[in-house]
Design a protein around this ligand. Structure first.
Ligand code: NAD
Length: 334
């Protein structure tokens, strides 16, 4: 292909990815499979590496999510909500870890925290002096949609944090999802009523969370698992490690996963990934990968972020179960 053809392909992919994001995030009715979306994103990134002039601020590679609609009140996040870079095989994971370790110039990483990548929707929950005040979708990462009333229908979201020593303001980040069994029951009820079945738990959760009427959300039970924080003002200081943050969030009564693990090195990260590759259906919810985070918050701060994603974390994506290409095959020690 010559430069002009690459530019045309770039424009075509940009259009397709923007449209796919709108269908996925806003309509909760994807027109592409996740793997097709990811591969198109890889292709456009590769074109931008070859022709950096095509990397303009409006490129899909520079954005998180999709612009929000006017259906909900928009709320600016106190701290930007990012996406995650991804690795599709162990080689890419190793390259990420080597680059990260090299940039630390000999300072120890201090361990990695591995956790399941829940196939749900990102949410930011704001608590002021321990009281839940707001729930906002990720939106485009800068501005999200106010879904507070819908969040209030979720029994797993505490309206008041436990304990006295809580921040004056804290923004908790997590994933809203529909457990697989709940999804199956909901579809059985719909089938009995002669209604069209929902497609999958992720899209059903997305549709349920973005209802204008919270009574409809309440009829489609959603659950939360928290996995991070944004703004944090006053109260106890931010702990030193991601795992210690989870201990604190759990002590406040927030739902933290019991499946995360802190490990020493990338070989052990690969073992965790291989284990859940074989036990993908053990959790009560759907997962699409494993998120690997540097456990030390001091090192996280030192590594920082790009405009779209932190450098201290990566999402290892499992291949779709029906497609197992050589590229995506998982083998320990690759
Ligand atoms: P992502 O889903 O690859 O990763 C980032 C998200 O992971 C975070 O926002 C967070 O909410 C979530 N997450 C889940 N578990 C987590 C954990 N334990 N710790 C931290 N974060 C966790 O990236 P994205 O920007 O949300 O979306 C891009 C992805 O969405 C694509 O790779 C694709 O799979 C899918 N997508 C699909 C379509 C489609 O048409 N099928 C369109 C757009 C996006």
């Amino acid at each position: 292909m010559d430069a002009e053809q690459y530019a045309e392909r770039h424009a075509e992919l940009s259009r397709e990815l923007r449209e796919a994001s709108y269908q996925y995030y806003i309509l909760a009715n994807p027109t592409l499979s996740d793997i097709d979306y990811d591969l198109k994103m890889r292709e456009i990134e590769e074109i931008e590496r070859l022709f950096p002039e095509l990397l303009t601020p409006d490129s899909p590679t520079q954005h998180v999510g999709t612009p929000i609609t006017t259906e909900f009140t928009s709320v600016a996040h106190l701290e930007r909500m990012q996406s995650l870079d991804n690795a599709m095989d162990f080689e890419e994971l190793s390259v990420w870890a080597e680059r990260l370790e090299a940039s630390l110039e000999g300072a120890p990483v201090g361990g990695y925290l591995c956790e399941l990548k829940i196939d749900g929707l990102a949410i930011a929950l704001t608590y002021e002096n321990g009281r839940f005040v707001r729930g906002v979708t990720r939106g485009d990462g800068v501005v999200g949609e106010d879904v507070t009333n819908n969040i209030k229908t979720m029994p797993s979201v505490p309206m008041v944090l436990a304990g006295e020593d809580v921040p004056e303001l804290v923004e908790i980040r997590g994933e809203v999802f529909m457990p697989v069994e709940v999804f199956k029951e909901l579809n059985a009820t719909r089938a009995a009523a002669g209604e069209e079945p929902f497609r999958n738990p992720r899209n059903t959760a997305a549709g349920a969370l973005r209802q204008k009427d919270p009574r409809i959300t309440a009829q489609r039970p959603l659950t939360l698992i928290v996995h991070g924080f944004g703004a944090w003002q006053g109260g106890p200081g931010v702990p030193e490690a991601q795992s210690a943050v989870y201990d604190l969030l759990a002590a406040w009564g927030l739902p933290v996963s019991d499946r995360y693990k802190v490990v020493e090195d990338i070989a052990a990260v690969k073992e965790y990934i291989a284990y859940y590759g074989e036990h993908r259906h053990d959790p009560a919810y759907e997962i699409d990968g494993v998120v690997v985070k540097v456990n030390s918050l001091a090192i996280q701060r030192r590594l920082g972020s790009t405009s779209r994603a932190p450098r201290w974390a990566i999402a290892f994506k499992y291949p779709p179960e029906e497609v197992r290409t050589k590229l995506l095959d998982i083998k320990v020690g690759v």
